[in-house]
Ligand binder design. Sequence first.
Ligand SMILES: C[S@@+](CC[C@H](N)C(=O)[O-])C[C@H]1O[C@@H](n2cnc3c(N)ncnc32)[C@H](O)[C@@H]1O
Length: 330
Amino acid sequence: MKQFISSLKDWSQKLLDTNLVEAQAEEILAAIHERLVEMTGVTAATSPQDYIRDTSLEFGNAICTNEAAKCILDTWRTVKFLRGTYGAIRHCQSKNPSEKIQLLYAGCGPHALFLTLLAPMFEEGEIGFTLLEVNPASFQIAQRLVRQLGLEGYMDSIHLEDAIRYRVPNSKQFHILFSETMDKALCNEAFVPILLNLRPQLGDDVTVIPANVVVGATLFPRIKRADGLYPQAADFKGVKGHSLGVVLDLASKLKENGSWGLTVPVKGLSKFRHLAFNTEVSIWGDIVLEQWESHITMPKIEAISASPTDRQIQFEYPLERALGIRISTS
Ligand SMILES: C[S@@+](CC[C@H](N)C(=O)[O-])C[C@H]1O[C@@H](n2cnc3c(N)ncnc32)[C@H](O)[C@@H]1O
C-alpha cells in the first residue's frame, strides 16, 4: 500500500501543476480511478442494487455510489477542486501556523476522493477531515477504504449523516467547509440546502469550497436539429442568444438566507423557445470551473413558451423536494 500512497502523492502533485494538459490529467485520474475501483469494487458490472440507487433527500437527491465514484473522471472538476482545496489549506496554514487544518467534507462519496488525493501531500497532524455521507453504501465503502489505504490518521471522524440536517459539534474547530454536491444550474443535488445548514454553524473565518456558484441565462429562438430530436446542450455551442446576465449568484442568495427571486423584462419574449442556464463555479482564489469544462458547468437547456402578451420572465430557487431554478413568464 505504501507504494500506492507514494504514487498517489506523485499524481496529486502533478495535478497541481498548471502546465499539465488535459490528456495528462485524464490519464492520471483514470489510473487512480482504476486502482480505487479494484480496491472497492464500485462501478463493477456486478454492483449490488444499492450502488445504483440515488438517495432521495428532504431537498434534492444524493447521487448513487457508482455515479459518485465516477466523478473523479470529470477531469477539470477534479483537478480544479483539488488545486483550490490545496491552495486553501496552504493559505489556512500560513494564517494559523502550528494549527492542524480541519476540513468538514460534506458528501465524501465511496472513495472519500479529496481526502484520498490530498492526504498523501501532507504530514499526519497537518490536516484532519471530518467526513459526512448520506448514502449508507458509500459511507461504509469510504470508511473501509481510508483504513485500507492507511490514511486513517487524516480522518478525524466519519458520519452517516444528511448534511442538510447535520448539527456540527465543535463547529469553531473547522477552517474549511468542502462540498461538491452539485449539478448544473444547482439542480437536483443538495449543495444549496447543505450550505444553508452548515455555513451558519461554522465560524466567520471558515473558507467555503467552492466559494461561489453563479448561474447566467440566455434565451434562444427555436433551434432545429436535422434528426428532429429536442436540442441538447452541444447544439447551443457557438450560437449567439439573447443574454439575460446573471440570474443566480449563490453567495448573495445565502446572505438572504435562501429566499430568492428575480424578474427580468424581455422584449419580444414570445419569439424565444429555449433558455440555457450557464453555470460557473468559483472554487478558491482565482480558480474557476468555467462553462463547458465539466459536467457541472454544461448548459442546462429548458423549454419556454411565453404568450404574445408576456413581457417578463421570473426566476426562483425554492427549497423543495425537486431542486432547481424555476422559470415562469407573465
Ligand atoms: C457528486 S458526489 C462527489 C463525491 C466525491 N466527494 C467526489 O468529489 O468525487 C456527491 C456525494 O455527496 C453525497 N451527498 C449528497 N448530498 C448529501 C447530503 N445531503 N448529505 C451527505 N452526503 C451527501 C452523495 O451521496 C455523493 O456521495
